[in-house]
Write a protein that binds this ligand. Sequence first.
Ligand SMILES: C[S@@+](CC[C@H](N)C(=O)[O-])C[C@H]1O[C@@H](n2cnc3c(N)ncnc32)[C@H](O)[C@@H]1O
Length: 261
Amino acid sequence: MTDMLTFGTEEARRIERTYRTPDVIRQRRIVLDTLALQPGEKVVDIGCGPGLLAAEMAAEVGTQGHVIGIDVSDSMLTLARSRADVESGGIVDLHRATADQLPCADNSIDAAVSTQVLEYVEDVAGALAEVHRVLVPGGRLAVLDTDWDSLVWHCTDRPRMARILAEWDRHLADPYLPRTLLRTLRQAGFDAGPPRVIPLLNVGYQSNTFSACLIDTVASYVVGRDGLTANEAAAWSHDLATLGEDYFFSLNRYLFIATKR
Ligand SMILES: C[S@@+](CC[C@H](N)C(=O)[O-])C[C@H]1O[C@@H](n2cnc3c(N)ncnc32)[C@H](O)[C@@H]1O
């Protein structure tokens, strides 16, 4: 059973802060380099969140190009709209839409990207069929997701960590999506090879890192689940944040690049 994380105002702001850490800036750079956008291309960002990637893609496709960002969360779209207004000069269009109903014509999009989104989607095959519909033949798709089994997170109370992470696993439709995604991509009509691994590694506690920001998101999600109290979540957060040089966090994300057959 999942109890998917939804992105209201507070969660959207927390995610935006997380996505401005050097860890996630580096991840976006790798996604952009892999996608290799060309000036004038038309690209869709599926589950665009706060719009950081959409703004960076706008700079690459330029004024002759077009970026369409879609998301189900109004709070995320508000953040993405203010970023697009300030940074992207009319190249980014944002829509409230779901991954299985893209506001794009058949065979009209050169490239599509979806980072940290398909793991929230119940019908991944349906979402991939929809991307396949809108891409031009030969169009590229970049998909990035996390396998939460790859997590190594040092703490002083392993039973408490296990309870918290068991609840956290429920925030996604599939916390282990990458291991089955290659087959699903191929079945949806894409050519794709093995993914590239993008590790997130934080050694020694520092506040401006992916995992330090994640602590707040996890703590806020788990309170009230499986009897976890605010005090237990706070004690877990405090434990991690005070490990100093013993702090150790490692998590793998997997980047797939596929092309429409
Ligand atoms: C973890 S955030 C990732 C945001 C962005 N892709 C990034 O990497 O910066 C997940 C986003 O996916 C959106 N989302 C979840 N399920 C979705 C669906 N079925 N269709 C469209 N967006 C969805 C959420 O609202 C949220 O903004």
